[in-house]
Design a protein around this ligand. Structure first.
Ligand code: F6P
Length: 339
């Protein structure tokens, strides 16, 4: 059952709930389509109408709405990307933009909105809700898994598996040539994707923004590990690491150790594409249904989260302000097994 923090607000509007809007916003993530499908079908099952809003908040401002039927969301469960398209809308950050968005929602008869996205998307929802009386519920969708209050965000597992598959391939060539590969992984300011993918591929070094001894660990690997006994190596670098990106770190290492054979690989946006894993499809289905149920239950300005695989309600204000912490035990495991 959803938890009930004291700060959760209620709309008292459920009797008027007839039509809900659904949109995807921010960086896309595998499983977003599964979430759109779940929201649409759960709403229709509860006799609600559903309208898809194209290109996130930007489409709300431009009035890009389309009705969604049960069949409109057929055949998308297993597909990557988002059928509704997505955007990071600068205009929605302005009062004028939000006013246009509100006018379009009213014109379209939308009583509530489900937003599938990351913390930037929830910040937008929070600001909008302070100005206008239309309830929003969020579903966390980002490969970064960096949102407070939920242990899981849609897209994370798919991206993790994509990284692991890519690095496994790189490892083959690294071993053949006796090279060290510096591989940069997405995650914005969060290191979870880098940390878990690094553990899964047995990376010798993982550099993440959350750890304080990255330089020490890296130096130890070069001087003791690589030079003395290793013939190849994988260094996974979170894009937000304080030491810099893979290119910068590799250039410095090459300068200091000209005898090393170093290559760089920045995985980039391939991490956001591809068919969602079963885990992402299931999480998206659970959260999509829970979002509709929350709206029917008069909840507003909350994000649906998962903790111990159970649905929880997290106020937007917490989801966007508090930091998602990293499990120190994972760092310990990495050091014990691979350093
Ligand atoms: O938040 C998802 C994410 O893929 C981050 O990991 C990355 O830093 C960012 O989006 C990239 O954004 P864009 O697609 O706008 O370059």
């Amino acid at each position: 059952m959803p938890n009930n923090p004291s700060t959760i607000q209620q709309t008292g509007k459920s009797s008027q709930l007839k039509k809900i809007g659904v949109l995807t916003s921010g960086g896309d993530a595998p499983g977003m389509n599964a979430a759109i499908r779940a929201v649409t079908r759960a709403a229709i099952a509860k006799d609600l109408k559903v309208v898809g809003i194209q290109s996130g908040y930007q489409g709300m401002i431009q009035g890009k709405f389309r009705d969604l039927s049960w069949r409109d969301v057929s055949g998308i469960l297993h597909t990557g990307g988002t059928m509704l398209k997505t955007a990071r809308s600068k205009e929605f950050m302005t009062k004028t933009g939000r006013k246009k968005a509100w006018q379009n929602l009213v014109k379209e008869g939308v009583d509530a909105v489900v937003v599938i996205g990351g913390d930037g998307s929830f910040t937008g929802a929070l600001v909008f809700s302070e100005e206008y009386d239309i309830p929003f519920v969020g579903i966390p969708g980002t490969i970064d898994n960096d949102i407070f209050g939920t242990e899981y965000t849609i897209g994370y597992d798919s991206a993790l598996n994509t990284v692991v598959q890519a690095v496994d391939k790189i490892k083959d060539t690294a071993v053949s040539h006796g090279r060290i590969f510096f591989i940069e992984v997405m995650g914005r300011e969060a290191g979870l994707l880098a940390l878990n993918s690094g553990i899964a591929v047995g990376a010798e070094v993982i550099l993440i923004p959350e750890s304080t001894d990255d330089q020490k660990v890296f130096d130890r690997f070069i001087s003791k590990g690589y030079k003395r006994r290793k013939t190849s190596g994988i260094v996974i670098i979170a894009e937000g690491d304080e030491m810099g990106g893979a290119l910068k770190i590799a250039a410095k290492a090459e300068k200091e150790n000209p005898d090393l054979d170093i290559r760089v690989s920045i995985l980039g946006h391939m991490q956001r594409g591809g068919s969602p894993t079963a885990k992402d499809r299931i999480a998206a289905s659970k959260m999509g249904v829970a979002a509709v149920e929350a709206l029917i239950d008069n909840q507003l300005n909350i994000m649906i989260g998962l903790r111990h695989d159970q649905v929880v309600h997290v106020p937007f204000a917490d989801a966007v302000k508090l930091n998602h912490s990293i499990d120190e035990n994972l760092i310990k495991i990495q050091h014990m097994l691979n350093s």
